[in-house]
Design a protein around this ligand. Structure first.
Ligand code: F6R
Length: 620
């Protein structure tokens, strides 16, 4: 977790840092801080005020303007040490001349800290990161350059990191490196800008996209040395290497709120376009699917005997929908695993297993490590990701991008819908390759798929109805979300959204499983939200609804337009347009997102930045 940024050159070092941190805030906001080089000294400012950390940091920095050659900044999601100012980055060595920002976890920091303390170093935080500053101090005292010191230090460090460092002894030099955690480098030659040449590092592209489009992704155990307009990359052993330039497919404006009250509502309203763009160019008029960018060829995919999906959170729920689609259309066995669990058992995989990683960010450490594990077992790895050139996308055998654009709100909305759309396409593609889909059937299904953006828009247009239902239940502190078949992942996603956006306890459950225990919790007044749209098990779902109603539950049903039989069993109805049952999750999730949004807003919460969460989870 955490976001890092660094810049060297130009006339506005602190502005670049603060603006970058604002764009990285989705990665954590427990505290924030910057260090800048002024003359031959470092100046540090930090703030630990939860969601207002960055505003406070800006106040401090603006109150003490100073010309700077280079600087680094950090926005923190606490792992080691409380979210206090003392634990906020950047961290300094004993002399206050070396500063470090870090995203990740240094696993052997206790051992390293003990050694450093025995050697006379004094620590001023509880973080794992601070050991890095003191290790650098030792190397620099021994006469190394900053880049040499970083390379030497990283050889002793175990764990995950993206780091950026500055040293008062080398004004204008910024050094950064990574292992596992993401790191992007940008270089600007200054042409056409009053600021002159600059160079940047950041955890993610939007943080620096406004400054340059000359971007590079740094790989594991590479160390980059930056001076204004100049980048040099070396391995830990000191060997110079070239890194390829990245292709960037979104612009900065798309990352701004565009007139909406918050990113979450903006991004929910972008869902028809996100789904449409994800389908674009992949559905052919003749009923065939075109996935020519996949990197895994048709022959290889025909060899696949089994599919395994690994993912976390909302991406895991998209995976649960994919299971239905892959099994139904491609007739391949498909299991879905929570990525953080997958790695720590003995999965049975071989070269005929297709492992699909689903990840908006392409950086979630649990999923990334699960996919690495899968490759070691010889499985083919395909990633469904939203962020182009993200770590997973680069490392996998193949990639299928969702084209949802950047998502800034911490809760997944448009990327979740785009993931389901992409996975449906993939399932149909596998079916097509395996000869399991007649051209006539395919044409009908593709027409349904192509109609999804319009249906998502229709669902969004009922926002006022959902807001009214949300208001009715604004004070309820416990919800059950029930679903069966593809309605189950929808129910799970609805419950997750309510938990994270509105801080309301919500249990997502398979409706048929309720009678095996949890029905004991149903009593008069319990609110149950059930996905009762027309899946092949609608009748069974309604029998489960009757079970909770007869025990006094207040029932909100998600029902297909005009389906009065469903509505008759409900205290409140959330209407959604109907589509093919296996595509229905793309539409049905929408009112549940809106419900969570309105309950959260009604409670005065910051729906874009829920407490304790981060957009990209790069710790296990
Ligand atoms: C929920 C949410 C998270 C993510 C999860 C995986 O709204 O956003 O549950 O879905 O952290 O993230 P990615 O998809 O980036 O791997």
């Amino acid at each position: 977790m955490c976001g890092i940024i660094g810049v060297t050159g130009g006339r506005a070092v602190t502005d670049v840092l603060l603006q970058g941190l604002e764009r990285l805030e989705y990665r954590g906001y427990d505290s924030a801080g910057v260090v800048v080089q002024t003359g031959t000294e470092l100046w540090r400012a930090r703030a630990a005020r939860g969601t207002s950390s960055l505003a406070e940091l800006r106040r401090i920095v603006d109150g003490a303007p100073r010309p700077s050659a280079a600087g680094i900044g950090h926005t923190r999601w606490a792992t080691h040490g409380h979210p206090t100012e003392a634990n906020a980055h950047p961290h300094l060595d004993c002399s206050g001349r070396v500063a470090v920002v870090h995203n990740g976890i240094i696993e052997n920091y206790r051992e390293l800290a003990a050694k450093l303390a025995a050697g006379g170093h004094v620590f001023s935080s509880d973080t794992d990161t601070e050991v890095f500053a003191h290790l650098l101090e030792d190397e620099l005292t021994g006469g190394a350059s900053l880049a040499e010191a970083v390379r030497a230090t990283l050889r002793d460090i175990r764990g995950a990191f993206a780091v950026a460092v500055v040293w008062a002894g080398e004004p204008g030099t910024l050094v950064a490196a990574r292992r596992v955690s993401p790191l992007i480098v940008g270089v600007s030659d200054g042409e056409g800008s009053e600021d002159g040449p600059e160079a940047y590092v950041a955890s993610d592209i939007p943080a620096i996209l406004g400054r340059t489009r000359t971007l590079f992704a740094i790989d594991d155990d590479q160390v980059v040395e930056l001076r204004p307009g100049v980048m040099r990359v070396r391995t830990l052993a000191g060997k110079a290497i070239e890194v390829p330039q990245l292709s960037v497919d979104y612009d900065l404006e798309a990352a701004e709120k565009g007139g909406f009250a918050d990113f979450m509502s903006k991004e929910m309203h972008e869902q028809p376009r996100a789904v449409g763009d994800t389908l674009l160019g992949r559905l052919q008029g003749d009923g065939t699917l075109l996935l020519d960018e996949l990197r895994i060829g048709p022959d290889e995919l025909r060899q696949v005997e089994r599919v395994l999906v690994v993912a976390c959170g909302s991406s895991y729920h998209a995976g649960l929908v994919a299971k239905h689609a892959v099994e139904h259309w491609a007739r391949l066995g498909c299991e879905v695993d929570i990525a953080s669990e997958f790695r720590y058992r003995d999965p049975v995989l071989d070269e005929r297993t297709l492992v699909i990683g689903v990840s908006q960010s392409g950086e979630t450490i649990d999923t990334l490590q699960a996919l690495r594990e899968a490759r070691q077992w010889g499985a083919k790895v395909l990633v469904v990701a939203n962020v182009v050139d993200s770590s997973m996308a680069r490392e996998a055998d193949g990639v299928l991008y969702t084209h949802a654009g950047p998502e800034i709100g911490v809760a997944a909305t448009k990327t979740h819908l785009a993931q389901i759309a992409a996975l449906e396409v993939l399932a149909l593609y596998l079916a097509q390759l395996r000869g399991g889909l007649s051209p006539a059937d395919a044409r009908l299904l593709l027409a349904d798929l192509a109609g999804l953006p319009d249906l998502v828009q229709q669902a969004l247009d009922r926002d006022a109805d959902v807001a009214r239902v949300a208001e009715r239940f604004a004070d309820v502190r416990d919800f059950f979300f029930l679903g069966r078949h593809v309605g189950l992942p929808v129910a799970l996603e609805g419950a997750l959204k309510l938990k994270e956006i509105a801080y309301v306890r919500a249990e997502g459950y398979p409706a048929g499983e309720l009678k095996h225990g949890p029905i004991a919790l149903i009593e008069p007044g319990t609110v149950v939200i059930a996905v009762a749209t027309r899946t092949p098990v609608w009748e069974k779902m309604m029998a489960n609804v009757a079970e909770v109603r007869s025990r006094g539950a207040t029932v909100v049903l998600l029902a297909n337009d005009g389906h009065d039989e469903t509505a008759e069993q409900a205290d409140e109805v959330l209407w959604v347009p109907e589509t093919h049952p296996l595509f229905a999750p793309v539409v049905d999730v929408v009112p549940l997102q809106q419900f969570a949004y309105h309950v959260g807003r009604g409670r005065g919460l910051d729906v874009d930045r829920p407490r304790n969460l981060a957009k990209t989870v790069t710790v296990e």
